[in-house]
Design a protein around this ligand. Structure first.
Ligand code: NAG
Ligand code: NAG
Length: 330
């Protein structure tokens, strides 16, 4: 009898999970057609294609000088005793100090853990010198980072559970247990929480506001930054597409968002029916009615799984999770 009850309960449990999974699919899968939008003169950056999905290769950092006529991507040498074999880079942020020294802060996942590596950029040699590794118990499942001072940064945590079954439940149950963290040598604290999956993070040009993409909730949180580094939410901009990573157009202050219009196709990758790509521009971010327009959209025939786009002097560079990189004139 006890066994029967247990079996019935298990059955009820599984069908609940099934229903939640269907609800989750409904939530993420807009399954819409992607209408193509293509800027002028686009071409793929040869060096940054990843056709072989080489997951076991250590990661690299590339440099592209967008001031050049035909910029090429060049892998940077790393010196200073850094363990390159375990390099598994994720979010990157640059910090330039008073003496114009350029530092690169890189989220790294050695053995699936999360650390932040600090490098100094040597412009003459076009190389990186490893300086130090930051570890902290709150630095878990880190996705992206934005550095605002020497060893002072915000970072996003994109999932709560590291166990893959639990993190699957976290996703379908819509737990909203992820957060934004502030790190400094003196203080480390959670400054914003309640995100389904906090992903890309960046700062406005005047450094007064912080923008956070909640990928699973399909929106961007506009947060005000306070003197004690706390963040308060001003508003949420719904985009109706999975928002991955954000940049700010240095010329206009607009947000550019790399988005996934076909999330289910991204999760169940099939080269015959690939996920599309979408880049949105959000103008007048702080106004009552921000304006959202499409800068780039493709059904996957050219570019699959766009995660980020960056503009500079009328050019746009569009990156993806595991596919290619496209460079266009706007
Ligand atoms: C997100 O975009 C920023 C530019 O704002 C970039 O520096 C960073 O590496 C990107 N992060 C991820 C995880 O792609
Ligand atoms: C994607 O778009 C291309 C060009 O616009 C078109 O030729 C192709 O049939 C489309 N593929 C799908 C799966 O819709």
């Amino acid at each position: 009898m006890g066994k029967l009850v247990a079996l019935v309960l298990l059955g009820v449990g599984l069908s609940l999970v099934g229903e939640m999974f269907l609800a989750f699919r409904e939530r993420v899968n807009a399954s819409r057609e992607v209408e193509p939008v293509e800027p002028e003169n686009c071409h793929l950056i040869e060096e940054l294609g990843m056709p072989n999905f080489a997951p076991d290769e250590p990661g690299k950092i590339f440099l592209m000088d967008l001031n050049e006529q035909n910029p090429r991507a060049q892998a940077l040498e790393i010196s200073g005793g850094f363990d390159k074999e375990l390099f598994n880079p994720h979010g990157i942020s640059i910090f330039i100090d008073k003496d114009n020294t350029v530092y690169l802060y890189v989220v790294n996942h050695p053995h699936m853990k999360s650390t932040v590596e600090i490098f100094k950029f040597e412009e003459q040699q076009r190389s990186l010198v490893y300086l130090k590794t930051i570890k902290h118990e709150l630095l878990k499942s880190v996705n992206d980072i934005v550095v605002l001072g020497p060893e002072q940064f915000y970072a996003t945590r994109d999932h709560y559970f590291t166990n893959s079954l639990l993190s699957f439940f976290e996703m379908i149950l819509d737990l909203r247990w992820t957060y934004v963290l502030f790190y400094s040598p003196r203080e480390v604290k959670v400054v914003a929480k309640g995100f389904c999956s906090a992903n890309g993070i960046t700062v406005s040009a005047d450094q007064k506001y912080v923008y956070v993409a909640d990928v699973a909730a399909k929106n961007i949180h506009i947060m005000e930054k306070h003197d004690n580094w706390d963040l308060t939410q001003l508003k949420v901009i719904q985009l109706g597409t999975l928002v991955d990573n954000l940049t700010v157009d240095p010329a206009t202050g607009d947000i550019l968002a790399g988005c996934h219009p076909n999330p289910m196709k991204l999760l169940n990758y099939n080269p015959e029916d690939p996920p599309g790509s979408e880049v949105l521009r959000i103008q007048n971010v702080l106004s009552e009615k921000p304006r959202v327009s499409t800068v780039y959209a493709n059904n996957g025939s050219v570019l699959q799984g766009t995660s980020v786009a960056s503009v500079y002097h009328g050019k746009i560079l569009i990156g993806t999770v595991f596919h290619k990189t496209l460079y266009c004139e706007l």
